[in-house]
Write a protein that binds this ligand. Structure first.
Ligand code: ZN
Length: 470
């Protein structure tokens, strides 16, 4: 009964907090977060024109001003990459347990002003959304981590273990010689060593009307592998064209790739995912999710679910053309045509098989296929009670009745490196994302104002549960 009363009390407190959020009332902690978030978003950290080092320095200054010991806040710049700085900060606990890592990245995907409706490096609040490159990926989470460490310090919180913030550069660039997480794991393992890590990749999901569908915890990610497709040709004068044309060869292969679907396959995680989601969804979608769980799965249900990018990426490997480059003059036949094809491979599926499939789909020996880097394999981390329990507890306080769903991430994050280094890494942030993905990596990236503040509160409580202490 006491437990029930306190559960009701917590639900009441949570609903009041959510109502305050909905009405745009902000607390001093939220005000502080917003300032940090705005500063971080407005420092361009794209590869072409930006600097992670500038962002790392600015955030380091925030942490020191917020009361963290100066020697516990470090900006680590890899040799040869003056703009590729990383931020590592240690919030000291009693040391009773091994540290927990809060992992995020400072860099963002390129954003061209002329393609965007608004300046991508200016924080714009409009109709309940924040718009900016990095508004969600991943500056929301990094800003929240920083704001919460300062909030803990202001409260005099002493955790039962160190809490390590690791904000990296070049997470978005694969491969990169300046991958912050790779550099830190290799050269500063003592600074970043942890029992487990919290990371991006576990956004909650909203339906089309903005209602909460599911709180996700990401355990495992697809393997990221990029290929270069290339056709070379002697070329010649464009007034005397021949059928043997580098651009046409490549374009034909890409058109076949566009029409190709890799095979449908479920794992334990994705099976659990569709089981949970079939209870959340309604109508045809729910029926289809049940139908793909049967043996054999219903091919028409697969086809219908495949129309949604998230479902499609959850149950199959995908390969998509992302860049094109061809020709050297308007009046010359092309001597070279190149495409970049990016694949996201289901865990357990041999990477070499994917290249064979690509070759079969291209069906043209003139198209040479080369992997651009070595893949980093990433086995899913175990979903233990110690990890899942606190997520479920805070989630049920804040969003009673919304199920916690384990997911496989279609994207790739720094988590694959930490997992490979023996630090189990989980994607969870309590920030709910619109069903269309919120423009992450694309145009007009956005996050609901409400979602940023909810993630702020969620991670504040969750990290406390993991870190213990008083
Ligand atoms: Zn990211």
């Amino acid at each position: 009964m006491k437990a029930l009363r306190s559960a009701i009390w917590l639900a009441l407190v949570a609903s009041l907090a959510l109502r305050a959020l909905a009405q745009g009332v902000s607390t001093p902690a939220q005000h502080q977060l917003r300032e940090i978030y705005k500063e971080l978003v407005e420092i361009n950290t794209s590869d072409s024109a930006g600097s992670c080092t500038a962002a790392a320095e600015a955030m380091a200054a925030r942490l020191r001003a917020g009361g963290l010991a100066a020697q516990d806040v470090q900006v680590i710049v890899p040799p040869g990459g003056p703009k590729k700085g990383n931020l590592v900060a240690r919030y000291r606990g009693t040391g009773a347990k091994k540290p927990v890592m809060l992992l995020g990245h400072l860099d963002v995907v390129e954003a061209k002003r002329e393609d965007w409706q608004r300046d991508p490096f200016k924080l714009v609040e409009e109709n309940g959304y924040f718009y900016a490159r990095g508004a969600a990926d991943d500056k929301a989470m990094v800003a929240v981590f920083i704001a919460n460490l300062i909030r803990y310090r202001q409260e005099g919180y002493r955790p039962g273990r160190d809490v390590i913030l690791v904000a990296t550069c070049d997470e978005e660039i694969v491969p990169s010689n300046f991958s912050g997480i790779v550099y830190l794991l290799k050269n500063h393992r003592d600074l970043v060593d942890a029992e487990f890590a919290l990371n991006e990749g576990g956004n909650g999901l909203l339906d089309k009307n903005g209602h909460y569908l599911s709180m996700t915890i990401q355990a495992g990610e697809k393997v990221f592998q990029t290929y270069q497709l290339e056709v070379t040709n002697p070329g010649g004068h464009s007034s005397l064209p021949v059928k043997d044309n580098a651009i046409y060869h490549l374009a034909g292969g890409l058109a076949r790739l566009a029409a190709h679907d890799f095979p449908f396959r479920l794992s334990d995680t994705t099976r659990a995912y569709f089981e949970q989601m079939s209870r959340i969804e309604t109508g045809q979608t729910a029926a289809d999710m049940k139908a793909i769980l049967r043996d054999p799965p219903d091919p028409e249900a697969i086809a219908r679910l495949s129309m949604t990018a998230l479902n499609n990426s959850t149950f199959r490997t995908t390969c998509v053309a992302t860049m094109l480059e061809a020709g050297h003059a308007t009046n010359a036949l092309p001597q070279r045509a190149r495409a970049t094809v990016n694949c996201r491979i289901l865990p357990g599926e041999p990477v070499a098989d994917v290249q064979k499939t690509l070759a079969r789909v291209m069906a043209n020996d003139k198209i040479k296929i080369t992997p651009t880097h070595e893949p980093t394999l990433s086995p899913p981390p175990p979903l233990t009670r110690e990890i899942v329990g606190p997520v479920e507890a805070v989630s049920s306080q804040m969003w009673p009745g919304v199920p916690v769903v384990p997911t496989l991430l279609a994207g790739a994050t720094d988590g694959r490196f930490t997992i490979n280094a023996g630090i189990p890494t989980y994607g969870v942030n309590g920030m709910f994302r619109d069903s269309d993905g919120g423009g992450v990596h694309g145009l007009n990236e956005r996050i609901r104002v409400r979602s940023l503040y909810e993630g702020h509160e969620f991670l504040y409580r969750l990290v406390k549960l993991y870190a213990g202490g008083s």
